[in-house]
Design a protein around this ligand. Structure first.
Ligand code: GDP
Ligand code: MN
Length: 415
C-alpha cells in the first residue's frame, strides 16, 4: 500500500525526524490561506506547493513549485489541480491531482554551509533480496536525478545491510554519515535520522521508507552547522501487515488505486493487470504463472494475472470475467481450471452466468471475444456437460483438451 507525501511526513514526525510544517488543501481558493499558515513567522516567506499523488517524479513534471507570495501559491495550485500529472512513474494518461501540500519552503545549503550551493541527499530503507536483509541506501547525489545516478554510477550509492534483530547500529550510521560527507554537528543529526528511519521501517511494516531529498539548511544560531531536514517522504507498506497498522490502513486512498484491483480485492481475487491482450482466468497462483508462460510460449501476451483461488464461488467467477473484460485491450480470454478443491461445475456455471449477465457497451448481452476453456479435475464431466448445454449463451466458446491446445487456440483466436 502507498500513502501520500503529507502522510509520510506525519510518519516521519511521529518518529522524531524533523520535517518542515505544512497544510493540505483540495481547492484553489484555499491556497492563499495555506501559504500564510505555512510561512507564518518567516522573515522572507517561502513555501512549496506539492501535488499529492501516489507517484514520484513530481519535481521534473512541474508539480512541485517554490512560491514567495500568496498569489504565486494560488497560481501553482490552479495549475496542479486542473492538470493531470505525467511522469515516468505514472500511467501514460497521467494522474488526476486532488490534493496539494503547501509546506514551509526551506533554503538548501551544502555541507560547508554555503546557501545557494545546494546539495541533496538520498536516504532509504528497504529489503534487499541479495543480502537477504533490510538495507540502508544512501547517496550524496540525491534529488530528482537519483534514478539516473543509480543507473550511470552505481558506485555513488551506499548500501548498508542491517542486522535482522539489532537493526541499524550507531557505528554503521556514523560510517555512512561520514561517507556522505556530513561534518560537525550535521553528523549527529544525520545518524539520528538514519537510525530512526531504520527503526520505523520495521515498526510500521514498510517495504520502502524513503527520504529524497534530505537536505541541510544554511547555518543559524540554533543550528550552527545547519539543520538536517527531510523535505520529501515516500512510503510503501506491506499489505499483509496492515491489520496491525490502523493509522496506515485508515490512509488507504481508493481514488489512487486501480479500480479493477479494488474490485478484485473485494471478491478475494488476486488480479494484476499486464500489457497483453489475452485475459487469463485461472485457479491457483502457480497455475496462473504456468498459464502465462504457455501463452507466451505460443506467441501470445497475457493481459493479466488472475487467480480466482481455491474456493471461488460462482459470483467470484462472474466478477472475474467482469474485471478481465473491463480491460478494453482484451481480445480473447483463456480459462484454465484444474479442479481440486475447486469444482469444475462451479466454474462452468460461473462462466455461463457471467455470459448471461455481461452487458456490452452497446447494451447487448454476452461475450463477444473468443473464449477458450480448459477444465480438468473434480467434477469435470459435469462441468463440460453444463457448458455443452449452454452453447447458445456462449457462441464464442471453444473447449480445449489440454493446456497446449488451449494456448494454441487462444493465441490463434486473437490473431
Ligand atoms: P519529487 O520530484 O516527486 O521527488 O518531489 P520532491 O519533494 O523531492 O521535490 C523535488 C525537488 O524540488 C527537490 O529535489 C528539491 O530540489 C526541490 N524542493 C522541494 N522542496 C523544496 C524546498 O522547500 N526548498 C527548496 N529550495 N527546494 C525544494
Ligand atoms: Mn523526492
Amino acid at each position: 500500500m502507498k500513502i501520500h507525501e503529507y502522510q509520510g511526513r506525519e510518519i516521519l514526525r511521529q518518529a522524531g525526524i524533523a520535517v518542515p510544517p505544512g497544510v493540505t488543501i483540495d481547492a484553489i481558493d484555499a491556497a492563499a490561506g495555506a501559504f500564510k499558515t505555512a510561512t507564518a513567522g518567516m522573515a522572507k516567506p517561502l513555501a512549496v506547493v506539492k501535488a499529492q499523488v501516489h507517484a514520484g517524479g513530481r519535481g521534473k513534471a512541474g508539480f512541485v513549485k517554490l512560491v514567495k507570495t500568496p498569489e504565486e501559491a494560488v497560481e501553482s495550485a490552479k495549475f496542479m489541480l486542473t492538470h493531470r500529472m505525467t511522469s515516468p512513474q505514472t500511467p501514460p494518461e497521467g494522474l488526476e491531482v486532488r490534493k496539494l501540500l503547501v509546506a514551509a519552503g526551506v533554503d538548501i545549503a551544502d555541507r560547508k554551509g554555503a546557501a545557494g550551493a545546494r546539495e541533496e541527499f538520498y536516504l532509504a530503507v528497504t529489503a534487499d533480496r541479495k543480502s537477504r536483509r533490510n538495507i540502508l541506501i544512501a547517496s550524496r547525489e540525491g534529488g530528482v536525478e537519483i534514478e539516473q545516478v543509480a543507473h550511470d554510477r552505481p558506485g555513488a550509492i551506499i548500501k548498508e545491510p542491517m542486522h535482522p534483530l539489532l537493526g541499524l547500529l550507531p557505528n554503521q550510521a556514523r560510517r555512512v554519515a561520514f561517507e556522505l560527507g556530513f561534518r560537525g554537528k550535521q553528523v549527529g543529526q544525520a545518524v539520528d535520522i538514519m537510525i530512526k528511519l531504520a527503526k520505523l521501517y520495521v515498526e510500521r511494516d514498510c517495504t520502502l521508507a524513503e527520504i529524497n531529498p534530505l537536505i541541510i539548511t544554511p547555518p543559524s544560531p540554533e543550528f550552527p552547522d545547519g539543520q538536517v531536514l527531510a523535505i520529501d517522504a515516500k512510503f510503501n507498506f506491506d499489505d499483509n501487515g496492515l491489520f496491525r497498522q490502523p493509522q496506515i490502513q485508515a490512509w488507504a486512498d481508493p481514488t489512487e488505486e486501480n479500480p479493477a484491483e479494488i474490485r478484485a480485492h473485494k471478491f478475494g481475487l488476486s488480479y494484476i493487470p499486464l500489457d497483453g491482450n489475452i485475459g487469463c482466468l485461472v485457479n491457483g497462483a502457480g497455475l496462473a504463472m504456468a498459464t502465462m508462460d504457455i501463452v507466451k510460449l505460443h506467441g501470445g501476451e497475457p493481459a493479466n494475472f488472475l487467480d480466482v483461488g481455491g474456493g471461488a464461488t460462482e459470483e467470484a467467477v462472474t466478477e472475474a470475467f467482469g474485471i478481465i473484460l473491463s480491460d478494453k485491450r482484451v481480445k480473447g480470454v483463456m480459462v484454465n481450471i484444474f479442479g481440486g478443491i475447486m469444482k469444475c461445475d462451479v466454474i462452468a456455471q460461473g462462466i455461463i452466468n457471467a455470459a448471461r449477465n455481461y452487458k456490452n457497451a452497446d447494451g447487448s448481452i454476452g461475450f463477444k471475444v473468443p473464449l477458450v476453456v480448459r477444465l480438468e479435475g473434480t467434477n469435470v464431466k459435469e462441468g463440460r456437460a453444463l457448458l455443452d448445454g449452454a452453447k447458445s449463451s456462449l457462441p464464442t466458446l471453444q473447449a480445449a483438451t489440454d493446456l497446449t491446445d488451449a494456448a494454441t487456440k487462444v493465441c490463434a483466436a486473437v490473431g
